[in-house]
Design a protein around this ligand. Structure first.
Ligand SMILES: Nc1nc2c(ncn2[C@@H]2O[C@H](COP(=O)(O)OP(=O)(O)O)[C@@H](O)[C@H]2O)c(=O)[nH]1
Ligand SMILES: [Mg+2]
Length: 342
């Protein structure tokens, strides 16, 4: 699981990456590609830490990748390092000029390049499939042969593939192509200090596409302050949470992942699992052996846990500590303790 940061040069990608991950790309001595983990903000997790006061605290995290390459080789570096990414954060310069047409044009410039890159992949593949006799096509190739013309028309109309609402098995059949525009994308408009001066509607993004405005430079300055001053500064500006936390949250949600918690005095930890994962698969996040040796999961929903005094004993006394088997589909925020046999 990984999220690639893309955007035109000087749009503020590295500034944003640094605030989110705390990793300074500038210190990477000319590395073309920098990776870092961002903690996913979660009030439920913070509350559990308050309740258990554990020795160790491990929030959910999501890996981001920042590319530093410029010039002719940049495209290669981007392809090499980001083709496996599960999602994209597309940073748009909204600070050096505030005319909405100009900002929209900057967004489209890269958006169109990504569409074109996908179109080239489709055309190359179709050409080869067309030269293969129909009978010689393997099932996956036949499926591709059926799908690709539709993709081609869509891309030629200047639309990203994520708008096609492809079925899961179609996405799977197309996986090996690592299309850019099939990946979910969060648009981050990097504004000047007057964040509200930029109207996201100008970008004409489709309804379902997430977008966030942020002044990355200002937030970098705030992040550099000592913790106590930071809070005062935010309070003085009437901000409850910096916008970069919303970028992390939204990017994480975009990946169809969710969390469950393990709690105790030793450690409170959030584990990242796919939405729809069953109990044994969730256990595998902790250790592969837990999946094989899975017996039962002791589960209480976060809200129920709080509603019964914020203790496992309270939840148990109220009969809310459920014993679930291998077919249990884990819900976001479940507090779980696994029973296993290895
Ligand atoms: N005025 C202004 N400058 C910014 C902002 N964000 C980034 N910059 C500047 O733009 C330049 C490029 O930023 P950087 O994060 O390195 O962009 P990248 O090339 O996309 O990684 C740097 O000089 C930043 O200080 C912003 O919100 N406002
Ligand atoms: Mg950079």
């Amino acid at each position: 699981m990984e999220i690639g940061i893309v955007g035109l040069p000087q749009s503020g990608k590295s500034t944003l990456f640094e605030i989110m991950t705390g990793v300074r790309g500038r210190d990477a001595h000319g590395e073309a590609c920098v990776r870092g983990q961002a903690s996913v903000p979660d009030e439920r997790f913070d509350r559990l830490v308050e309740i258990f006061r554990p020795v160790k605290v491990t929030p959910a995290s999501v890996p981001f990748v920042d590319i530093n390459a410029a010039g002719e080789k940049a495209w290669n570096t981007i392809r090499q390092n980001l083709s496996g990414a599960d999602g994209l954060v597309h940073v748009v310069d909204g600070f050096s000029a505030t005319a909405s047409g100009e900002i929209a044009g900057r967004y489209r410039k890269l958006a169109d390049e990504l569409i074109l890159a996908d179109l080239l992949i489709v055309e190359n593949r179709l050409e080869r499939l067309d030269r293969t006799p129909a009978k010689a096509l393997r099932p996956r190739e036949a499926l591709q042969r059926d799908l690709l013309p539709g993709l081609k028309a869509h891309l030629e109309a200047g639309r990203p593939l994520r708008e096609m609402n492809l079925a899961d098995e179609q996405v799977l059949a197309l996986r090996s192509f690592s299309f850019w525009t099939i990946k979910p994308e969060l648009v981050v408009i990097n504004t000047g200090e007057d964040v509200a001066a930029v109207e996201p509607a100008a970008l004409a993004l489709p309804a379902g596409q997430p977008r966030i405005r942020i002044c990355a430079r200002l937030e970098a300055e705030i992040a550099a302050l000592p913790a106590d001053e930071r809070q005062d500064y935010l309070a003085a500006m009437g901000i409850t949470a910096p916008a970069f936390t919303q970028v992390i949250r939204t990017a994480f949600a975009m990946l169809a992942r969710q969390v469950y918690f393990t709690v105790g005095e030793d450690e409170v930890r959030a584990w990242v699992i796919p939405v729809g994962a069953k109990a044994p698969q969730a256990a595998a996040a902790i250790h592969q052996d837990f999946e094989r040796g899975f017996i039962k999961a002791e589960v209480v929903g976060y809200d129920e846990f709080l509603a019964h005094g914020g203790t496992l004993a309270g939840a148990k006394a109220a009969g809310r500590l459920r014993l679930e088997g291998k077919d249990y589909v884990v819900r976001d925020g479940d507090i779980i303790s696994f029973r296993f046999n290895v």
